[in-house]
Design a protein around this ligand. Structure first.
Ligand code: UD1
Ligand code: UDP
Length: 363
């Protein structure tokens, strides 16, 4: 039987990382594919650096949409990707995650009667104010292949009435990415020397989620916990561009810059960030992917949110919801610093990409 042509779409930092094992696998299985980059992320440190670190090929199509409001960004991707899909006529469009790029690509494809494969299907925070939650739900409901990382994500899809025959539990491709890059990161990255860290006596912080940045009071509460922790611990904080802009707008950057034991950095490439994660004492984050990575790397995590779409990490004890109040965060940190790192990560054994490509090509 003739193998299908697959259009793989990516647009942001986590998509590049999580799609990289899929591209290697497509090559290994000699499947015809094209790579489309929406350009949602475009800065050197949010985009190009990952292509270099992960030895990825250049995209075949670059849509160059850039930043904008949700409507603007989603609309531009929809218009531009439709033209490309009409031209290349793929059999399947493959998307990963929950960004505006994912929703727009899936919507364009399904209206052109092209099948859609959704990697990381079925994640739910059950918090509709989060833009990513809307993107996930809509994408799942128009997809033909739903690659759920765990039983919990499959269950979420079934509960919404999605046909069980479309759902495959495959694990998460982030495990594949970590296995491929962890040793290389330890060997190649000089980040520990660069930021003068000895041993594992530091915490790693990332903060970028819209709901934590839009409200000044909420952001100030989170930062007050960070400043409090810095009295005792060294904290490394690679700052997402969106966060940097907000900190400037709210005039909070100066105070942070003068906080002793807080190191503000530009966003890091994957090898540097993986090395920092692997060596941290504790991770504080509002990221989705970092909750998974900390769990896989055996590093305790405090999530700076009131909910998560990765409840597996809470259930096994690698992660805790710290909320966004100074007191709740401090309490969560105290608990996680005492945690025995004995959990078994639930995201698969690093063969997710292989499974996904096999499913897509056997039809
Ligand atoms: C986006 C995704 C989010 C994903 C995250 C990964 C949506 C709704 N959000 O959030 O799901 O988890 O990416 O990091 O799709 N900017 C730059 N350079 C860049 C990219 C962004 O300076 O390369 C700045 C711009 O000021 C931009 C802001 O960051 O307005 C936000 O970027 P955007 O892509 O809209 O959202 P993210 O917060 O990055
Ligand atoms: N990451 C990185 N450099 C950084 C911060 C994050 O390489 O400075 C990686 C991290 O290892 C993870 C991904 O980016 O794989 C997470 O991206 P982000 O938090 O932006 O998005 P989310 O996972 O929440 O969708």
């Amino acid at each position: 039987m003739k193998k299908p042509v697959i259009a793989v779409v990516l647009g942001t930092r986590p998509e590049i990382i999580k799609v990289s094992p899929i591209l290697s696998e497509l090559k290994r299985q000699r499947t015809k594919y094209v790579l489309i980059h929406t350009g949602q992320h475009y800065s050197l440190v949010m985009d190009r650096i990952f292509f270099t670190d992960l030895h990825m090929q250049e995209p075949d199509f670059l849509l160059g949409v850039g930043s904008g409001t949700h409507g603007e960004q989603t609309g531009k991707i929809l218009m531009r990707i439709e033209k490309v899909l009409i031209k290349i006529k793929p059999n399947i469009v493959l998307v990963e995650g929950d960004t505006n790029s994912v929703l727009a690509a899936a919507l364009a494809a399904t209206k052109l009667r092209i099948q859609v494969g959704h990697i990381e299907a079925g994640l739910r925070s059950f918090y509709r104010e989060m833009p990513e939650e809307i993107n996930r739900i809509l994408t799942d409901h128009i997809s033909d292949y739903l690659f759920a990382p765990t039983h919990i994500s499959k269950e979420n899809l079934l509960n919404e009435g999605i046909d069980a025959r479309k759902i495959y539990i495959t694990g998460n491709t982030i495990v594949d990415a970590i296995i491929r890059n962890r040793r290389r990161a330890q060997r190649k990255s000089k980040i520990l020397t660069k930021v003068a860290i000895a041993g594992d006596h530091f915490m790693l912080l990332t903060l970028r989620r819209a709901e934590n940045l839009e409200n000044k009071q909420r952001l100030k509460e989170i930062l007050s916990a960070v400043i409090e922790l810095c009295k005792e611990y060294l904290i490394i904080f690679p700052v997402h561009p969106r966060t940097k802009n907000r900190l400037k707008d709210f005039k909070l950057l100066k105070n942070l810059k003068s906080t002793k034991k807080l190191r503000l950095l530009e966003p890091l490439g994957y090898l540097d960030f993986l090395k920092l994660q692997s060596n941290a004492q504790l991770i504080l984050t509002d990221s989705g992917g970092i909750q998974e990575e900390s769990c896989i790397l055996n590093i305790p995590c405090v999530t700076l949110r009131d909910n998560t779409e990765r409840p597996e990490t809470i259930a096994i004890g690698s992660n805790i919801l710290g909320g966004c109040k100074r007191q709740t965060i401090m309490h969560a940190v105290k608990i996680m610093l005492k945690k025995r790192r004995k959990w078994k990560q639930p995201f698969g054994n690093g063969t997710s990409a292989e499974k996904i490509v096999a499913i897509l090509t056997k039809t």
